[in-house]
Design a protein around this ligand. Structure first.
Ligand code: TA6
Length: 282
């Protein structure tokens, strides 16, 4: 393609390898339009990809940034997290810049998606890396003649050295739905959220500055049009039920996901919507 964007394979599945002139690298799977790896210039991979992830072109890939669309989790009639993560997307644009590299992938409704969700749509994922940042944008257009609604999330698996040492700052004062405690509604009272047990929460409100600290590293998360934040770690027992995670996998990951969940996005015929998540390595 170009020397900044190449087609490659990972475990037999097609991926795009993006590089910037200053040395940032990302891998994007065509299956799911899923970023699998992101290494800022001069840094280490900031995304967790399970060493036991399945690459068979059918099973959702455990790690990176799965795209949940048109349904988040099991909050609706569709299979968990919707079908975007198990569809093959096509590459529609590749843009190598002086200080960025961008690719765009597209998914159109087809017989499989219509069997689950009877709507005409065009979805695009634009993924861009710069020296220290990863920007992911999901755009959805209603190409049919009836309105539809959906929920969505960019289900980001952050890679951590030891999850108990990570601290999430910026959530204080937000109301959240605690899915690990019977979907009860709670208020976050802590300046920093730490993970020392199973956590499965949907925070309502994306703070202007959401930071994940771990040792000397910090990651900034910024989102537009994705007004919720999901925080998930399965901890010991749930992790043991996940066939594609090693027993200690929960210690190496922390999902912090920009999402649109509480208020489904409503799209009239011909209308479109976009939501963006940016990760900035500090
Ligand atoms: O984002 C949190 C969540 O909805 C959790 O409830 C958890 O099950 C996770 O997603 C992973 O889902 P998956 O279908 O990929 O195993």
């Amino acid at each position: 393609m170009t020397d900044q964007i190449e087609m490659a394979e990972l475990h037999g599945q097609p991926v795009l390898k993006l590089q910037t002139p200053d040395g940032a690298v990302a891998l994007v799977s065509l299956f799911g339009a899923q970023v699998l790896s992101w290494t800022p210039a001069g840094g280490e991979d900031r995304l967790y990809l399970s060493p036991e992830a399945v690459f068979d072109g059918k099973t959702p890939i455990r790690g990176g940034v799965p795209v949940c669309f048109p349904q988040f989790a099991s909050l609706g009639p569709l299979p968990k997290h919707g079908f975007a993560r198990t569809q093959l997307w096509s590459v529609t644009d590749t843009r190598p810049g002086k200080d960025f590299t961008l690719v765009t992938l597209r998914l159109l409704d087809n017989a499989e998606t219509r069997a689950e969700w009877p709507h005409a749509f065009a979805a695009e994922m634009s993924i861009a890396i710069g020296a220290g940042r990863l920007d992911i944008e999901l755009e959805v257009e209603n190409t049919g003649d009836a309105p539809f609604s959906f929920t969505a999330a960019l289900h980001t698996y952050l890679k951590v050295k030891e999850v108990e040492a990570a601290r999430i700052a910026g959530l204080r004062g937000l109301e959240y739905r605690d899915s690990a405690d019977g979907d009860t509604s709670k208020l976050e009272m802590n300046d920093e959220v730490i993970i020392d047990d199973e956590v499965d929460r949907i925070y309502h409100g994306m703070p202007p500055a959401l930071l994940v600290h771990e040792g000397h590293r910090t990651l900034g998360i910024h989102a537009e049009n994705l007004p919720d934040v999901v925080v998930w770690n399965p901890w010991v027992d749930k992790c043991a039920t996940l066939a594609d995670m090693p027993a200690d996998g929960f210690r190496r990951m922390l999902c912090v996901e920009a999402a649109a969940v509480r208020e489904p996005v409503e799209l009239a015929p011909g209308a479109s919507w976009w939501g963006r998540q940016s990760l900035v390595a500090m």
